[in-house]
Each structure stands twice: as structure tokens, then as C-alpha cells.
Design a protein around this ligand. Structure first.
Ligand code: IDP
Ligand code: MG
Length: 141
């Protein structure tokens, strides 16, 4: 039997602002994953620059950081077997216009015309990202 994994989930400012945090968390819990930490906070540019370090230099980074610091984010650590892969699958594709119906982004988000894709949720994409991102957002875990 595999060991349980942990992943970092962020309900982005659009999700919190639109009152969708509960729905998103309900989908994660209904899938069978368990929340082990939660923190509502407005992130600053320093934290977000570090969080999105892999995208440094890309044209959407400045609007992405502006968007992600525009209001509170609900940061969650979620646990389960193969949870990193499982939550990415629940999220759907990055672009909410083409994200599959049934996925969080496919069902709950659309292109707003903004310079950055406002797509409700972030989830770590690998065990390495998950360890790095959990340490960044929850330094005491
Ligand atoms: P992911 O969130 O599905 O892992 P990434 O490629 O890591 O997608 O991009 C991080 C975030 O940056 C996306 O969730 C989205 O909000 C935004 N983003 C990614 N690519 C674009 C783009 O081409 N235009 C505008 N915003 C983008
Ligand atoms: Mg990513």
C-alpha cells in the first residue's frame, strides 16, 4: 500500500470573492481527501514571487501576482493517497474556457477578459512542488 501524500491547495481570490470556497472544499472532501491545515490570508508579492518562481520572466507573471494578492486566499494542506495527481485531476485544465465540464475550473470558472486566467484553484503539480509549497505557506508544518 502506498504512503499518503500531502499537497498544497489555494482557493484563489476569485474563488473566495465569489463565495465558492465551500463548494470547492466540498468537492475535495467528497472525493475522499482530508484537510490537515487551513489558513485564510492575503498573500504579498514576495510570497507569490517565490510561489510562482518557475514562471519568472513569463508575460503573465506580473498580472498573476497582482491578481493573487488582490484579496484573501484560502490555503489548505490536503492529504490522501496519490492526492497530488487526484487534486490536479479535480481542478481540470489551466484555461477555464476549455477545462473539462465536471472539473472545478470547468464548472465554476470562465475567461473574465482579464490579462490573467482567473481559475479558482491552485494545486501542487509534483511531490517536489508540494514539499516546497507547503513549506512556503505553512512554515510550521
Ligand atoms: P496551473 O495553475 O494549472 O498549474 P500554471 O501553468 O502553473 O497553471 O500557471 C499558473 C497560473 O498562471 C494559472 O493557474 C493561471 O492563473 C495563470 N496562467 C497560466 N498561463 C497563463 C496564460 O497563458 N495567460 C494568463 N494567465 C495564465
Ligand atoms: Mg502550476
Amino acid at each position: 500500500m502506498s504512503e499518503p501524500q500531502r499537497t498544497l491547495v489555494l482557493i484563489k481570490p476569485d474563488g473566495v470573492r465569489r463565495g465558492l470556497s465551500g463548494q470547492v472544499l466540498a468537492r475535495i472532501e467528497a472525493k475522499g481527501y482530508r484537510m490537515v491545515a487551513a489558513r485564510l490570508r492575503t498573500a504579498d508579492a514576495a510570497l507569490l514571487t517565490e510561489h510562482y518562481a518557475e514562471h519568472a520572466g513569463k508575460p503573465f507573471v506580473a498580472p498573476l501576482i497582482a491578481f493573487m494578492s488582490s484579496g484573501p486566499v484560502l490555503a489548505l494542506v490536503v492529504e490522501g493517497h496519490r492526492v497530488i495527481e487526484g487534486i490536479r485531476s479535480l481542478c481540470g485544465a489551466t484555461d477555464p474556457t476549455t477545462a473539462a465540464p465536471g472539473s472545478i475550473r470547468g464548472d465554476l470558472a470562465a475567461d473574465t477578459g482579464a490579462p490573467v486566467l482567473e481559475n479558482i484553484i491552485h494545486a501542487s503539480d509534483s511531490p517536489e512542488s508540494s514539499a516546497r509549497e507547503i513549506a512556503l505557506w505553512f512554515s510550521s508544518l
